[in-house]
Design a protein around this ligand. Structure first.
Ligand code: GDP
Length: 367
């Protein structure tokens, strides 16, 4: 099911395929359905479910990935109909975040998001049984075998309770880690070290650019979400002023709300920056859409009022026509290639010019 135009749907599906590959899957086939609303029972319409089941059989796929968030019952129904595992965009993104989180805080945030996603989707033995026999679910007397549903439900309740405890604990831990980070940040602003945040769509080249600008060995991966935890490096201007450059988490369209929530604190760091360097992939089929998506997330964390420097990256691989069009569209943008270093010195100069100057004290010296 898809909202918007055919082009939006194609872009979104291409991105979903890239996400699936990042998570280690091999993508076999894509199906798109245009509807005004998702089907409440099966997400896609009845006929499309048959197409889907046929595609699963003919390709031998073991998983169906849907481009959107499925309700717990849609997920269950689709699994029953297709007989394979069904994953939605949210679960897929959470999975990738889990694989890539490195810091203690990043790991805790992903686990929290995963548990919050899991909790309403948890199904027990008892629930499945009573549903199959037409019972009214938990606590219902009819349906489900006596002595079968009972233990299933007890287990389910225990699992739920355990998860809720873990969620509460993770929230406390994250809050404590956040306080530590805020203290560090406060110290930094007392030192009046200007901060530059590198933001941009996933895979736009933020890590590569950070490496180019500071010569630091940050991990660069040709995979969505290589960057989850912000990396901060020091840089020095040509006249000796120190500033920091931070690489921020990647942005993708339809970022699951659990993730936006979980990473809010990390993204909030962007809102404290003095300048946002917004990196755009010049080779992407729809760079404007990427820019819109990133600005949307930036405004959600209140970073839209910061000065923004648009940087079009990958000029070595982008075609001339696109670059000309983007130059007309964004006359103030800086065009670079983190790959071969073209435009990097110029970018460094522009960043330096746009850093806040320390307040200069002027004293008149009288003879
Ligand atoms: P991030 O997710 O925004 O941090 O992106 P990365 O820095 O990890 O880069 C993503 C991919 O794009 C990697 O495969 C890089 O090698 C590639 N890449 C980055 N900058 C350039 C560039 O200027 N030109 C080309 N051709 N590829 C680039």
């Amino acid at each position: 099911w898809t909202e918007g135009t055919q082009r939006d749907a194609d872009n979104s599906l291409t991105e979903l395929a890239a996400l699936a590959e990042t998570a280690g899957s091999q993508v076999l086939e894509g199906l798109i359905q245009r509807r005004s609303r998702p089907d409440p029972a099966t997400y896609v319409g009845r006929g499309k479910v048959d197409d889907l089941s046929a595609a699963v059989l003919s390709t031998g796929a073991d998983t169906v990935i849907c481009d959107g968030e499925l309700s717990p019952s849609q997920l269950r129904n689709l699994e029953q109909r297709t007989k394979v595992k069904v994953v939605d965009r949210t679960a897929l993104i959470l999975d990738i975040f889990a694989q890539h989180a490195k810091s203690k805080e990043g790991k805790a945030q992903v686990e929290l998001a995963q548990l919050e996603y899991l909790l309403p989707r948890l199904r027990g033995w008892g629930e499945t049984l009573s549903r199959q026999t037409g019972g009214s679910g938990r606590g219902g007397g009819a349906g489900g075998g006596v002595g079968l549903r009972g233990p299933g439900e007890t287990k389910l309740e225990t699992d739920r309770r355990r998860i809720r405890h873990r969620i509460a604990r993770l929230r406390r831990e994250i809050k404590a880690m956040r306080t530590v980070r805020q203290t560090k940040r406060a110290r930094r602003s007392r030192n009046a070290v200007p901060a530059v945040a590198i933001a941009g769509y996933t895979n736009a080249g933020k890590s590569s650019l950070l490496n180019r600008l500071t010569g630091a060995g940050v991990l660069v991966e040709n995979a969505l979400f290589a960057t989850l935890d912000p990396t901060t490096r020091r840089a020095t201007t040509s006249d000796g002023r120190v500033y920091t450059l931070s690489d921020t988490v990647g942005f993708v369209r339809h970022l699951p709300h659990q993730i936006v929530e979980a990473f809010r604190s990390t993204l909030e760091e962007v809102a404290e920056a003095d300048l946002v360097v917004h990196v755009v992939d010049g080779t992407h089929p729809d760079p404007e859409e990427q820019v819109r998506a990133v600005r949307e997330v930036l405004s959600e964390v209140g970073a839209d009022r910061l000065p923004e420097l648009l940087v079009v990256n990958k000029t070595d691989a982008a075609d001339e026509e696109t670059l000309l069009r983007l130059k007309r569209l964004w006359p103030d943008a800086v065009f670079v290639s983190a790959h071969n270093g073209r435009g990097i010195d110029g970018l460094r100069e522009v960043i330096e010019q746009r850093l806040p100057r320390p307040a200069v004290e002027v004293r008149a010296v009288l003879p």
